[in-house]
Write a protein that binds this ligand. Structure first.
Ligand code: GLA
Length: 723
């Protein structure tokens, strides 16, 4: 809709290398970003520039010289250049990107640049430690989306075995203008809480040790230039444990830049390289935006084009009805028949049967691993139920938690050693369950066979793939477990290419581009309370497009927060995502059903825009008001929501974003409207007919909407009038 998109289209990465006075420079131009590396054969590789795209012909030697300073009073005579592969040598005291040991003794590495190569999209920089005969290859790949992926490979070309204790996927000297950062933290039902602070001398460190990133959110990071709003994102594309570090050059041994590192966290002994072996780190990604909206757009393009292109290929994102917050474990076939009829009448397109359908699982204490349809609940199996869903115009999805086993299960009784455990130590449970050791071939085969059996004997369109406990003791299995999970998802998808899979981990406990490259959506949180969900969706949509973010209308009062909210508010919030309903439609009043059905119809009308367009984060001076807007071709839809009681009667108008300032747009407020607030619309008829306003007026002055009361949300629809 705006000008930005057309300019970006068709910008394939361009990589070039040049040499001046025996100094070597590699320049990588992405769609919006330029990276320049300064390379010294036999020495270091450093980042010389990371920022908005430089003009062609920029003098790279001058670019480097303009950053260089002479020695100060308290520096080694030859100041260390930690660069793209920091090591503890020459006086640099930070954490090395590669930590190796031999026979339990730490290896003091000395990696030096040996070579580099430029390909169509990536540059590889080779290093070697000649004493230990270990090679390292850094690969930086520029995606057409504007994202840069970084990974590191270690090779053992020596004669002795070495252990890799630490391996960062990226080590980045942070350009000095990024002086602030936003990190994320969370808890169950409260994912992705943002906190912004200065990047201070104490640095920043986060890691996980539970076999997944969990709710901690430390695998996502934003760095800001507070003067301009420019924002750099870093993310580890890996579903196991992570380690994120920012270390400041507090003593000034180097050049004063902070060092950012992100990588998988390994247990000691997990990666052993015999002579001739190599190991690749997972990828970490970087992206740059002139502000948080343009950054979100780059990342959404990356997910759509590169991480999860299969999402769009599967067609429109169907409206779900999920049984969990509707009936929980209280499943019965007649009840589900009724529920399905009631859901279908609202316009729902897929029914997802959540936990409780298998073996003896009538609560969360048993039966994980026994993936056989419960004959108590479904005497004739699932087929009559699925037929009934189909007859009501819905396809069928099923909940599974394949990586787990309940001690109270036939599987555990037959194979008590199949869980991750430490020999003759206790097997502590969480949610009454243990974790299967998928790195064992027999265990992997069992799980694969059970899933294959279910999928080949039932028309299952969708799996909700859950993971409801931490891996403890991780017993050195974290990395192998994650790799086995990817292999399992890959094998299932190759046998059932039409199957959609959701990654859920008690909500958003395992969300990253690694798992998303094998799945079609994530479950951002178990918390469907719309006030919480607004914050959670706003945080996740910084990194992920709306079509992969499950977004459900829950019951009122909400089972997690106890808060009561109006259906209009719940439904408007759920519309900005992959919409579903996770409440019992039979328990809703006629009025609630009418409002919900109208929003489901709106979702169907607008999903083509919401799931293909560019996302803009709308800002508002009232702390209770937040907004998201999506522009796509000639259309746009915005969601503006108030969560508090405003300090003023007349809050500031809502200013839109992403429009062509010169174009005119027809602006309407799609109905139904929030009941109380709509009484404060001065001229409701004009909002119904639509007002023609320029992009300039909409972005500069905005729209004065009634947003005084908590739980008020409006949708704003725009259609471009001029060609
Ligand atoms: C997890 C999920 C929920 C639900 C339950 C079922 O908590 O996050 O959505 O599927 O498991 O046990």
């Amino acid at each position: 809709m705006g000008a930005a998109l057309t300019e970006r289209q068709g910008r394939e990465p361009v990589l070039s290398a040049e040499t001046h006075a025996e100094k070597h420079y590699v320049r990588c131009d992405g769609s919006e970003v330029t990276l320049v590396f300064a390379l010294t054969k036999g020495g270091a590789a450093d980042l010389a520039y990371l920022g908005a795209r430089l003009p062609d012909g920029e003098n790279l030697a001058a670019l480097v010289a303009a950053q260089r300073r002479a020695l100060h009073e308290s520096q080694p005579d030859a100041p260390p250049v930690p660069g793209l592969l920091p090591e503890r040598k020459g006086g640099w005291s930070g954490t090395p990107a590669i930590e190796l040991s031999h026979n339990g003794q730490r290896i003091e590495t000395d990696f030096r640049v040996t070579d580099w190569a430029l390909h169509a999209k990536d540059v590889t920089i080779d290093f070697a430690d000649e004493r230990w005969q270990i090679g390292a290859r850094l690969t930086l790949e520029m995606q057409p989306s504007g994202v840069v992926d970084s990974s590191l490979t270690v090779f053992n070309y020596g004669k002795v075995e070495v252990t890799v204790d630490r391996l960062a996927s990226i080590a980045l000297p942070v350009p000095a203008r990024f002086t602030e950062m936003t990190s994320f933290s969370g808890r169950w039902a409260g994912e992705m809480q943002e906190s912004r602070r200065s990047i201070g001398p104490e640095g920043f460190a986060r890691s996980s040790a539970i076999g997944k990133q969990g709710f901690g959110g430390g695998n996502w990071l934003l760095l800001h230039d507070p003067d301009t709003g420019e924002t750099l994102d870093a993310h580890l594309e890996w579903s196991g444990d992570y380690e994120t570090l920012i270390e400041c050059d507090a003593q000034g041994a180097g050049d004063g830049r902070a060092m950012l590192q992100m990588g998988a966290r390994y247990d000691r002994g997990e990666i052993v390289l015999k002579p001739g072996d190599a190991y690749d780190s997972p990828a970490a990604s970087l992206a740059l935006g002139s502000d948080r909206s343009t950054l979100a757009q780059t990342l959404q393009r990356e997910v759509r084009e590169n991480v999860a292109p299969m999402v769009a290929a599967n067609g429109p994102r169907l409206v779900h009805c999920n049984s969990w917050e509707a009936v929980g474990f209280d499943l019965s076939q007649p009840d589900l028949f009724e529920l399905a009829r009631s859901a279908a009448a609202l316009g729902i397109e897929r029914f997802v049967l959540d936990d409780g359908w298998f073996a003896g699982r009538r609560d969360d204490t048993s039966s994980l691993g026994d993936w056989i349809v419960s004959s108590d609940v479904f005497p004739a199996g699932l087929t009559p139920l699925i037929d009934h869903f189909h007859a009501n115009g819905m396809d069928f999805g099923l909940w599974v938690e394949p990586e787990m086993v309940s001690p109270d299960s036939d599987l555990y009784r037959a194979h008590p050693d199949w869980c991750i455990h430490i020999e003759s130590a206790a097997q502590p449970t969480m949610r009454s369950q243990l974790v299967l050791d998928l790195s064992r071939e027999d265990v992997w085969e069992y799980v694969f066979d059970r899933l294959e059996a279910l999928l080949s004997t039932h028309p299952i369109a969708y799996l909700k793939w859950d993971h409801n406990r931490d891996l403890f003791p991780v017993a050195g299995r974290g990395m192998a477990q994650t790799e086995a999970l990817y292999r399992l998802l890959g094998a299932i998808r190759s046998d059932f290419p039409q199957l959609e899979i959701e990654s859920c981990s008690s909500g958003g406990g395992r969300i990253d581009y690694g798992v998303l490259s094998h799945t079609h959506r994530v479950w951002p949180s178990d918390n469907n309370d719309p006030i919480e969900r607004l914050r959670i969706i706003r945080a996740w949509s910084q990194f992920l497009p709306l079509e992969v973010l499950g977004s459900h209308v829950g019951p009122s009062p909400n089972p997690i927060t106890g808060r009561r909210t109006a259906m209009d508010f719940r439904a408007k919030v759920a519309l900005f995502g992959h919409m579903g309903v996770e409440a019992d439609p039979r328990a809703m009043s006629e009025d609630e059903r009418r409002v919900l059905a109208a929003h489901i119809a709106l979702y169907k009308e607008w999903r083509g825009v919401l799931h293909a367009g560019e996302l803009w984060r709308l800002e508002h001076p009232d702390p209770g008001i937040s907004g998201l807007m999506v522009t796509h071709e000639a259309k746009a839809l915005a969601l503006i929501a108030q969560t508090r009681f405003a300090a003023q009667f007349d809050v500031a108008p809502v200013r839109l974003a992403g429009l062509d300032p010169q174009a005119r747009y027809r602006v309407t407020l799609p109905e139904p409207w929030p009941a109380k607030a709509s009484g404060y619309l001065a001229e409701p008829e004009r909002w119904r007919e639509g007002m023609a306003l320029s992009g300039r007026a909409l972005m500069t002055q905005g729209l004065a909407l009634p947003l005084t009361y908590p739980e008020t949300a409006w949708l704003i629809a725009l259609e471009r009038l001029d060609p």
